[in-house]
Design a protein around this ligand. Structure first.
Ligand code: PCA
Length: 327
């Protein structure tokens, strides 16, 4: 009861000192679908520690990694329904409910971390609006390293994909597999190693880091650094849970989130380079795509882009027009 009144007073903006709250800490569970060792999760744990320190223990965020609390695909609904207070997901998994989140996986729009930053700056208000309408508060987003092409055999042109099996992780990769004439095989990030070892995959488009985490060198011989897109993970909290903590704690969360975002982008960029080097050390051939493959992929990207803008409508223009004009 005491906790309830303190929370109510704090929520009403009655000014509650951290000292008082420290006796009745609030706890949020935060679910993620990625491994504990993944840089996104390490960044999340640091975020949780920063919040705890900055709020003098008034808010504890418990990070549950590796799909243990909720499966990656179920995390947004779990947070929306209040089963879990906070979560992390990959934004491109949200396209059914917020098509603009798919901007992250339109091939060959973003070519560098600087481009990705500019894109996020334009996309952020739209994404925040969609989250708010679902009763969620978006906290921060961090990109995966650029997406490259992994293959068990050398690929010379798009014709080499015909009749092969391509690992997919979102609607965009499914469409790309279809456009290449490959069979899409949906495999969660944490099961890529098993699927490869089981001989279920011939290729995939993902980050060099994901290749390293899944130790793909047993089967994968080739990595082409095509930098196709930079998908982002987004961390969010149930708005009611957020509103139930004091203004000072909310401020501590916002500050730690901004720091986590800056830290995460820097980590991603460093890890992008380290991961390619690690693939090479492990005997994966790191090559540029042939001119023919490159041209095929660019054509595919343009087609995907046209389809995407048409299906998303006004919001796509709200994002792409300033993206392409304000350089
Ligand atoms: N790794 C995740 C998403 C993007 C990435 O680089 C995956 O492959 O599922």
């Amino acid at each position: 009861m005491k906790a309830f009144w303190m929370t109510a007073l704090c929520a009403a903006g009655m000014g509650c000192a951290f000292g008082v709250l420290a006796q009745t800490p609030v706890q949020w569970k935060l679910a993620t679908g990625y491994r504990a060792e993944s840089f996104h999760t390490r960044n999340l744990v640091q975020f949780a520690q920063d919040v705890e320190a900055a709020s003098s223990g008034a808010l504890r965020i418990e990070v549950h990694a590796n799909n243990t609390l909720a499966k990656l695909a179920d995390i947004p609904a779990a947070v929306q329904g209040g089963k879990v207070q906070a979560g992390e997901t990959i934004m491109t998994s949200l396209v059914a409910e917020m098509p603009i989140a798919g901007a992250d996986a339109v091939p060959f729009v973003v070519h560098s971390y600087a481009d990705a930053r500019r894109m996020w700056g334009l996309q952020r208000p739209l994404i925040e609006g969609h989250f708010a309408r679902k009763g969620l508060k978006a906290l921060y987003a961090v990109p995966w390293p650029p997406q490259g092409l992994f293959s068990v055999a050398p690929v010379k042109s798009s014709a080499d994909f015909k009749g092969t099996r391509m690992r997919t992780y979102n609607p965009a990769t499914v469409r790309i597999a279809e456009l290449l004439g490959a069979t899409p095989v949906d495999v969660p990030m944490v099961e890529v190693n098993k699927a490869l070892a089981g001989g279920q995959l011939d290729s995939m488009i993902t980050s060099a880091l994901t290749g390293v985490e899944n130790q793909v060198w047993g089967q994968i011989r080739q990595y082409y650094g095509i930098d196709a897109w930079f998908p982002k993970n987004i961390v969010f909290v149930n708005q009611q849970a957020f509103d139930a903590v004091s203004p000072q704690v909310r401020q501590a969360v916002a500050k730690a989130a901004a720091e986590a975002e800056a830290r995460g982008w820097a980590m991603s960029e460093t890890i992008a380079q380290d991961s390619v080097a690690e693939l090479q050390r492990r005997g994966v051939k790191v090559e540029r795509p042939t001119a023919e493959l490159n041209a095929d992929l660019k054509r595919l990207g343009e087609r995907f882009s046209r389809e995407w803008v048409r299906s998303v409508g006004a919001e796509a223009n709200q994002l792409f027009i300033p993206y392409y004009t304000q350089r």
